[in-house]
Design a protein around this ligand. Structure first.
Ligand code: UT7
Length: 324
């Protein structure tokens, strides 16, 4: 018997405040034209000063539970992917647990930056397949605007805030590619590349949160190559071709990186879920935000084969093949 982690429901949350590229022009030396051409971003959401990552995570998780027709007491644990927790400890996940009435654990955060949601999904899938849990909430939530240097035009125009979530349940499968649920996940990291994208502060070093620092060109170069590799790995592992994929649900950092991955796969852009224009880069939240949008507007239908992929600071990267 094969156990599969099946998606029962999805949810998401975006803060109300919209910051357009025109708004950015008033803050740093940039133009709407530059941002759209180089990144595809037109606007991003910004959390209120008193709105923290956990607040957004709770709203997204609440929606996912509702979509699954479940209550907190039906859930065995919570995993939140985030790099922008409210406090150094405890985790964002315990706040979600308490707010939604989840009575048991495991409950913890996963820190793998923009690949965080793929990492969290992988951990959740492992817990479900070993029988350690039957139903888990998996959330990606970030307040990236809290670690931006608003004087650095090379980074501050790129990021936004938000959260996305899903409920996974262990169900019996046949072990075939036709099964619903997570079919495989593929995780990678290369700590030798940690200096091309990092935050210049932290608890043990500066006792401050710090700000994002990025060698954009080098991250871009790595992302295009590594995303192409990992999506190929996911297809090969499952003995399928890109023609079998219904939707590519990528991390939303830059439209040009996404186009590169789609091209490598031979997938048309109308089979790619795109939110980068409206959300910017929301790090660990971007994939579940995109997933929820396409589920809610009916593009993603039961039985569809989804390829999720993302790369972030570390570098960390990964992919997941899921039948919705
Ligand atoms: O989610 C984690 C992973 N992160 C990523 O995947 C991000 C990867 N990198 C990128 O998306 C792109 O490298 C960026 C969007 C960050 C930058 O695009 P680029 O085409 O690589 O531009 P660049 O860094 O080579 O900069 C080109 C020029 C520079 O001017 P000079 O030196 O050529 O005179 C920059 O100073 O554009 C300038 N520039 C800007 N101009 C207007 C940089 N930022 C801006 C800006 N507005 N906001």
């Amino acid at each position: 018997m094969t156990i599969r982690s099946v998606i029962l429901g999805t949810g998401s949350y975006l803060p109300e405040k919209i910051m357009t590229n025109k708004d950015m022009e008033a803050i740093v030396d940039t133009t709407d034209e530059w941002i759209v051409q180089r990144t595809g971003i037109r606007e991003r959401r910004v959390a209120a000063a008193d709105q923290n990552t956990a607040d957004m995570a709770i709203e997204a998780a609440r929606q996912a539970l509702h979509a699954a027709g479940l209550q907190g007491s039906d859930i065995d644990g919570v995993i939140v992917a985030t790099s922008t927790p409210d406090t150094t400890f405890p985790s964002v996940a315990v706040k979600v647990q308490a707010a939604l009435g989840v009575r048991q654990g495991p409950v913890f955060d996963v820190h793998a930056v923009c690949a965080g949601f793929i990492y969290a999904l992988t951990v959740a899938d492992s817990l479900l397949r070993t029988g350690a849990a039957r139903r888990l909430l998996v959330v990606g939530a970030e307040k990236m605007t809290s670690i931006l240097n608003w004087e650095d035009r090379t980074t501050c125009v790129l990021f936004g805030d938000g959260a996305g979530a899903l409920v996974l349940e262990a169900q019996e499968g046949s072990g075939e590619i036709a099964d619903r649920g997570i079919l495989s996940t593929h995780l990678h990291a290369d700590g030798n590349l940690r200096d091309i994208l990092y935050v210049n502060g932290g608890v043990s070093s500066t006792q401050t949160a710090g700000h994002i620092v990025m060698e954009g060109k080098e991250v871009f170069r790595q992302a295009v190559a590594l995303m192409a590799d990992v999506v190929t790995e996911a297809l090969d592992h499952n003995g399928i071709s890109s023609a079998d994929i219904d939707w590519l649900v990528p991390h939303q950092a830059n439209i040009r990186i996404i186009e590169g991955t789609a091209k490598k796969l031979g997938v048309e852009l109308d089979q790619v879920v795109l939110t980068v224009d409206r959300h910017g880069n929301t790090s660990a939240a971007s994939i579940p935000l995109a997933l929820d949008e396409a589920v809610r507007d009916g593009r993603i239908q039961p039985g569809h084969l989804l390829l999720l992929e993302g790369l972030g600071s570390g570098l960390t990267w990964g992919a997941a093949l899921i039948r919705y």
